[in-house]
Design a protein around this ligand. Structure first.
Ligand code: NAP
Length: 306
């Protein structure tokens, strides 16, 4: 059965896409929402995202499902604000890109009788704000739910059904495992993209416009990823510190091994390495998470960023 009332706390790309998705699915659901600035609330009203309130508590009151859609570092503060009005039996979820730290910060504030089922949609773009949202964002994407031990299975199943209605597939795992997997698949790749664009920016002072002019050669994909929201990504690294540092350490070791192979002219090492990595790309395409079509950064449809 669909939730009668869903509250979205934070009204950026992710929340806006949830609202559009609810409408597209034809769910009999009233959507309420809150953003901290009047400008974002106005934008959300203009887009018809739901009943927009001037306070988080106003939006969360009487909701059957409340989803925290603010940056990871802001979750605890908004939770403290809405905790007193949460309805007994309601489900509280979130969309934060890191799960361990959100559970540690938000979990203790969840009132008795409210089901806490943290989540993370592996879907997004490098764009932010309510106008960036669209209904198809979650189509065929994974939503990872990380319910703490002892969670009510019915509440988890109901939330799973909600995401399925928005076109997504759901997987349940523990928070620590989530944070490690995401460090590998998303967090460290973003850090590498940020670094590469930073290096090119330093270099562009030497090469003038060549970095932009010839950017099709792989660099353009890095710039798309490195255009992602600075607040969101600052919070990701501050909150997934251990797993990020672990994967970054492994990455650095591999990089040194490749650097050494280049210095020694060890073509066999390079060829074997690149053959192995090419097979991973094939696996992603076979799993339906990307297409094999050449893109060169010119695709018209938004490419999932996370
Ligand atoms: P967004 O488009 O930048 O929107 C963020 C929203 O949070 C805005 O409504 C903003 O309000 C509000 N906000 C920002 N800082 C706040 C603070 N200190 N206190 C209260 N509200 C605050 O962000 P998004 O891309 O939707 O991301 C939201 C969450 O989804 C983040 O936790 C992120 O980790 C997660 N996520 C993002 C992606 C992605 O690719 N973008 C993918 C998966 C998960 P104002 O506009 O009024 O400032």
């Amino acid at each position: 059965m669909a939730y009668a009332r869903v509250a979205l706390i934070g009204l950026g790309l992710i929340a806006s896409s949830i609202s559009h998705g609810i409408r597209r699915a034809g769910l009999p659901t009233v959507v309420t929402g809150y953003a901290r600035t009047e400008a974002t609330r106005e934008e959300a009203r203009r887009l018809g995202l739901g009943e927009i309130h001037d306070t988080a508590a106003g939006a969360a009151r009487d909701a059957d499902l409340v989803i925290l859609c603010v940056p990871v570092g802001a979750m605890a503060a908004v939770m403290a604000e809405i905790a007193p009005v949460l309805k007994p039996g309601a489900t509280l979820s979130d969309v934060g890109s890191v799960k361990g730290s959100v559970i540690a910060a938000v979990g203790p504030l969840v009132p008795e009788g409210v089901h806490f089922v943290p989540g993370h949609p592996l879907a997004g773009t490098e764009h932010s704000g309510p106008s960036a949202g669209f209904a198809a964002l979650y189509d065929n994407r994974w939503i990872i739910l990380t319910p703490p031990a002892g969670s009510d299975p019915n509440a988890v199943a109901e939330l799973e059904g909600f995401w399925n209605a928005l076109g997504a597939n759901v997987e349940v795992m523990d928070a620590e495992h989530h944070d490690l997997v995401l460090a590998v698949t998303s967090h460290v790749p973003h850090l590498i993209a940020y670094t590469m664009v930073g290096v090119a920016d330093d270099l562009s002072r030497v090469t003038e416009s060549e970095v932009i002019k010839y950017s099709a050669a792989g660099f353009r994909d890095f710039t798309r990823i490195a255009a992602s929201d600075p607040t969101m990504w600052r919070d990701v690294f501050l909150n997934n510190k251990e797993a990020t540092l672990d994967i970054l350490g492994r990455f650095t070791e591999e990089l040194f091994a490749l650097q050494r192979a280049i210095r020694l002219g060890d073509g066999a090492h390079l060829h074997a390495y690149f053959t192995r990595t090419r097979a991973i790309r094939r696996g992603i395409i076979d799993a339906g998470q990307d297409t094999a079509a050449p893109d060169f950064g010119r695709g018209v449809s938004p490419v999932p960023a996370e």
